[in-house]
Design a protein. Structure first.
Length: 79
């Protein structure tokens, strides 16, 4: 059940992050960006701010996904 929730959260966070960063991706890439962003941002945000609950995880997921997109654009293939 947690995996399904992570995919849903990742899809939403990835969608928001890719739109904010103006990145055109397909659905699997958007979900992957969001899921990885959820892992990165969720842990970092909870550690730094000490917030609890799904709201902190969602905000962290969007921030983490945006960080991942920035890293991809800066250091990814073709750069």
């Amino acid at each position: 059940m947690q995996v399904i929730f992570l995919l849903i959260l990742g899809a939403a966070a990835g969608f928001i992050a890719t739109r904010l960063m103006r990145l055109d991706t397909d659905i699997p890439t958007t979900v992957a960006i969001g899921a990885l962003g959820a892992l990165i941002g969720g842990f970092v945000l909870r550690f730094l701010i000490m917030l609890s609950g799904w709201a902190a995880g969602f905000v962290g997921a969007v921030i983490g996904a945006m960080l991942l997109i920035w890293l991809w654009r800066t250091y990814g293939p073709g750069r």
